[in-house]
Design a protein around this ligand. Structure first.
Ligand SMILES: *[C@@H]1O[C@H](CO)[C@@H](O)[C@H](O)[C@H]1NC(C)=O
Ligand SMILES: *[C@@H]1O[C@H](CO)[C@@H](O)[C@H](O)[C@H]1NC(C)=O
Ligand SMILES: *[C@@H]1O[C@H](CO)[C@@H](O)[C@H](O)[C@H]1NC(C)=O
Length: 306
């Protein structure tokens, strides 16, 4: 028993050291919209209907190009196909539109009624539209997913439950929620989660045991997470994905944390619009904004730092 504990401790330590010694990069194969992760502009030329593929590209082609990469890794690099999915409209989005961003940020967002804000009526329709536009890709087994890694917030979980129903009902695909994939932490009640007991009862297919506690102990009413902290948390999502064996992962989450995660992918290194300097040589840029139910596929390469 002691030996097993010791071994697992050593494994955790090794994994931490390996993660710290790694760079994540974004591999351009001309399959997906080319996003400049250090710019705030949005790749609006890509119609949302294509589920993140460039015109004329099929998931069959993505599969074969991705398999080529994983079968013939260069210099020990490891590849993952990660699809980021932004949730559809929540009641908090409706409120921000109604009251304007300033009043929302200063007053309205601080009301407990927005706790773990759920999808609005329009948001449910948008999730159903996502289901319609992705159904053929999924049921014909062209778009292959090995793992669903979810934010622990209801709006992201609902979007996945409705929009990705064919993946959701496939019991061979693990559905795991991790604290790291939540939206920017603090102040706004929409960014405070329900307790785990409640989430388990609402989303019984999801494994919530990696949440750090039953109650949301990370959220506080007076401190909003800094860009730097969110960047570091975003990198932990990539570490987390790389510590799993699944290669094709969909991440139903939020605009802010998706910006923070993708900021690790090379283009965001260097001078940016926010000019905020992170530990080391990283400067985090606040990023592009994803639309409701938009999918952003990225092929990620991890290699050891030189
Ligand atoms: C990405 O955007 C940044 C900021 O707008 C710009 O400085 C940089 O040259 C762009 N990179 C590419 C590859 O277009
Ligand atoms: C692989 O490593 C070799 C030796 O360090 C280097 O010359 C080469 O450019 C690397 N290839 C790629 C694709 O990074
Ligand atoms: C969890 O939250 C629900 C809904 O807010 C509440 O009714 C319940 O008492 C809480 N359960 C625990 C174990 O904290």
């Amino acid at each position: 028993m002691h030996l097993i504990k010791l071994l697992s401790l050593i494994t955790v330590l090794l994994v931490c050291i390996i993660n710290a010694q790694c760079n994540y990069r974004h591999v351009e194969l001309g399959l997906f919209p080319s996003v400049n992760f250090s710019s705030t502009s949005h790749p609006s030329q890509i119609p949302i209907e294509n589920n993140g593929l460039l015109d004329g590209v099929t998931w069959n082609r993505v599969n074969s190009e991705f398999e080529k990469l994983t079968n013939e890794p260069v210099n020990g690099s490891e590849y993952k196909l990660i699809l980021f999915l932004r949730h559809s409209e929540g009641w908090h989005n409706v409120a921000e539109r109604k009251y304007g961003s300033k009043y929302w940020n200063d007053v309205e967002s601080k009301k407990p009624q927005y706790l773990d804000s759920t999808l609005s009526d329009d948001g449910i329709v948008q999730a159903q539209q996502l289901q319609q536009r992705i159904i053929k890709d999924v049921t014909q087994n062209k778009l292959r997913i090995d793992l669903i890694l979810c934010s622990p917030f209801s709006r992201a979980l609902q979007t996945a439950e409705i929009g990705l129903v064919h993946l959701w009902s496939n019991h061979r695909i693990p559905k795991i929620s991790v604290e790291e994939a939540r939206e920017s932490i603090g102040v706004h009640y929409c960014d405070k989660r329900h307790n785990r007991t409640y989430l388990m009862s609402k989303f019984p297919k999801v494994d919530f045991k990696r949440l750090i506690s039953n109650e949301d102990t990370l959220w506080t009413p007076d401190v909003r997470e800094s860009d730097q902290d969110e960047f570091i948390r975003g990198r932990k999502v990539l570490d987390w994905i790389y510590n799993r064996r699944e290669k094709r992962v969909i991440v139903p989450a939020h605009g802010g944390i998706i910006n923070a995660i993708t900021a690790s992918l090379g283009y965001a290194w260097g001078e940016g619009t926010s000019g905020k300097t992170l530990p080391g040589d990283i400067k985090y840029i606040s990023g592009f904004s994803m639309r409701n139910t938009e999918i952003l596929p990225v092929i990620v390469r991890r290699d050891l730092k030189k």
